[in-house]
Design a protein around this ligand. Structure first.
Ligand code: SAM
Length: 286
């Protein structure tokens, strides 16, 4: 007997592959074969996926322009006891894709919204970027105009966590150029292109190096991209060679024991007490 993966009156938010068809999960396949109706962003595009997995379930087009309008008829179907699925062209619905308005309406109407998780380009890119993943910020798509993009970057200039952007082929070079303008050419970055597809490449290095590689090879400007940018790192000033600090340390040394002077210097300027202590002791040998 075939196990039933869906219940009536529920909507399943199903992740689909971002390239490699085998990345669909078994549960996603079952749900997409068993629901009564699939809401898809582009029915022609998703038709190919459904054919590949052997699903004959009918589809309804649901995109950002008709989402609010379709929500009522979808809720009506749930009320009748139908089970539904929502998919997008690739990856996880709602992640830079339609679905938020629908999910919000369905929750408000009191029906269950069930996740069927899988791939998303943002997490896939982070997993191979080689940059810190303990804290990250997803910024989605960047503005298409350079001036608006630069403004967005400026707001992120001192962001300490890793920042992830989605980008399309015709803008990758320009976006990287704008990043160099704001973040400088030394900031670490990873540009993941065509993940899980035949021409998958992941460039890693400083912004200056990666921009150079993208500019030198037009193939590196084709396809879909995730840009993973390393966070802002506060440069440690070399406190111990700062003339003002040295002068003050010498003055304090005249009036206070070295330990006390070192404590005060660390409190005022930051850094380690021990380093100031060693600095003060070094004066004795001058
Ligand atoms: N919902 C999708 C997800 O979960 O990742 C994102 C959809 S959004 C409309 C499409 C953007 O995602 C692309 O422009 C690109 O930035 C990124 N993307 C999707 N597939 C990708 C892939 N195979 N390689 C690199 N980036 C990809």
């Amino acid at each position: 007997m075939i196990e039933k993966h869906v219940k009536s009156g529920e909507i399943y938010i199903v992740s689909t592959p971002i390239g490699h068809l085998d990345d669909i999960t078994e549960r996603a396949r079952q749900v997409l074969c068993q629901v009564d109706l699939i809401c898809a962003e582009d029915t022609r595009h998703s038709g190919r996926l459904l054919e590949a997995i052997g699903s004959k379930v009918p589809m309804m087009a649901l995109h950002e322009h008709n989402e609010a309008q379709k929500a009522d008829s979808i809720i009506e179907r749930l009320a009748q006891g139908q089970s539904l699925a929502l998919i997008s062209d690739a990856g996880t619905p709602l992640i830079s894709d339609p679905g938020y308005v629908l999910v919000n309406h369905v929750i408000a109407a009191g029906y269950r919204v069930v996740p069927v998780p899988g791939v998303s380009a943002v997490v896939t890119a982070l997993s191979v970027a080689g940059l810190p993943t303990d804290r990250w910020l997803f910024e989605g798509f960047l503005p298409s105009k350079s001036s608006a993009r630069i403004k967005r970057f400026e707001a992120l200039e001192k962001q300490k966590c890793t920042v992830v952007f989605y980008e399309s082929s015709h803008r990758i070079e320009k976006s990287l150029e704008d990043m160099v303008l704001v973040f400088g050419d030394q900031r670490p970055v990873s540009v993941a292109r065509e993940l899980t597809k035949n021409f998958e490449t992941v460039l890693r290095g400083t912004l200056g190096e990666v921009l150079e590689q993208v500019q030198a090879d037009s193939n590196q400007q084709k396809g879909e991209f995730v840009v993973v940018l390393g966070g802002f790192v506060e440069e440690e000033k070399d406190l111990l060679t700062d003339p003002t600090i040295i002068l003050l340390a010498k003055e304090l040394q005249q009036a206070l024991p070295p330990k006390k002077a070192a404590t005060i210097l660390a409190k005022v300027f930051g850094g380690h007490k021990r380093d100031y202590y060693n600095l003060i002791l070094s004066f004795d040998h001058e």
